[in-house]
Design a protein around this ligand. Structure first.
Ligand code: NCD
Length: 325
């Protein structure tokens, strides 16, 4: 285990302190293998004690604000469930259109206002870098629930935790990732997270129009993780783990022949059966990227991954809001 790294360069170009010192989580770069292991231990304990009365006392009297300006099911509901399990109350606006951002209020003013009602804010916004701007303006701790196509640090922690539980290690892994490494914030954060561990290699599988940007590729390679890109779907099946995510249509300007690509870039039961893959995970929602017959196969880990979202987010809420108790 390495000691926590100070002030790592975050993906929005700013320097953010490590999670152990920060009052916010905007980038997975704030986490190192040491703090990740600590969060996983707490998450394990929360999983065991999820219904115990003492768990419900940990954030009793606290208020968690959920500010989601982009669609969400898993992230918003698992944070709500995590808050409820810890005894906190949740406040949120009904929909993005009903918040004052729709009237032109700045993100900074919004979080200043919401931070005067709540003890911690979880925010999702379409603008890359918005989470960092919000965290710096916020009077209370803030967690990034996804900032456009940039980062999704809490998802990366859920992904690492799932891999750790299923495979038993986070080093020396061969991971295939598809199918939109250009726009998938979950892929971006997981690649960064895997670079904290040793000897991991990532094979990105996608149509060429959706390949990861050269800048991010160079940054990842500079961190010592091997990253390759290919259009060849077979390469995904030649790994230990497949991490797949839908085409991020809301961020894709145009994709020619998209129906053919959807039909091609998917994990089918027949290909999985013949492969060496031990685990298939997906941040979900599943659209085209995994055939439903895969759900009952032993390698399918995506519904377990969803379940892991609650104890991980409990550990994060406790780490950031519990210290204010
Ligand atoms: C992901 C997201 O919002 O980036 N979903 C999630 O949070 N579980 C993946 C996606 O939308 O494809």
């Amino acid at each position: 285990l390495s000691a926590p790294t100070k002030d790592r360069q975050g993906s929005d170009g700013a320097r953010h302190p490590p999670l152990s010192e920060a009052r916010y989580l905007v980038s997975i770069d704030q986490v190192d293998r040491f703090s990740a292991a600590g969060l996983f231990e707490v998450a394990d304990r929360f999983s065991e004690a999820i219904r115990e009365p003492r768990t419900k006392e940990l954030l009793a009297g606290h208020i968690v604000a959920l500010l989601f300006f982009e669609p969400s099911s898993r992230t918003i509901l698992s944070f709500s469930a995590a808050a409820a399990r810890l005894g906190a109350s949740v406040i949120s606006h009904q929909a993005a259109e009903t918040s004052s951002l729709a009237k032109g209020e700045s993100i900074a003013d919004t979080v200043k206002v919401v931070g005067s009602y709540a003890d911690i804010i979880v925010m999702r916004h379409e603008e890359p870098g918005s989470a960092a701007a919000a965290a710096l303006a916020s009077p209370v701790p803030l967690i990034n629930g996804g900032d456009g196509g940039n980062e999704h640090p809490t998802q990366a922690l859920v992904d690492l935790y799932t891999i750790h539980k299923r495979i038993g290690r986070l080093d020396g892994l061969r991971i295939g990732m598809g199918f939109d490494p250009l726009h998938s914030r979950s892929i971006h954060s997981l690649c960064r997270a895997l670079s904290l561990f040793r000897d991991n290699s990532v094979t990105l599988v996608a149509p060429k129009a959706l390949w990861m940007s050269e800048d991010l590729l160079a940054e990842l390679c500079g961190r010592g993780i091997t990253v390759e890109q290919t259009e060849d779907l077979d390469a995904l099946f030649d790994q230990d783990i497949a991490y797949v995510n839908r085409f991020q249509t809301e961020r894709i300007e145009s994709l020619s022949d998209s129906e053919t690509l959807r039909a091609k870039y998917r994990v089918s039961a027949s290909m999985l059966e013949r492969s060496r893959l031990q685990l298939v995970i997906d941040p979900l929602p599943r659209i085209h990227e995994i055939e439903e017959q895969v759900d009952s196969m032993p390698q399918a880990g995506y519904f377990e991954q969803v379940k892991n979202g609650v104890p991980i987010r409990m550990a994060l809420l406790w780490a950031l809001a519990g210290s204010q108790a």
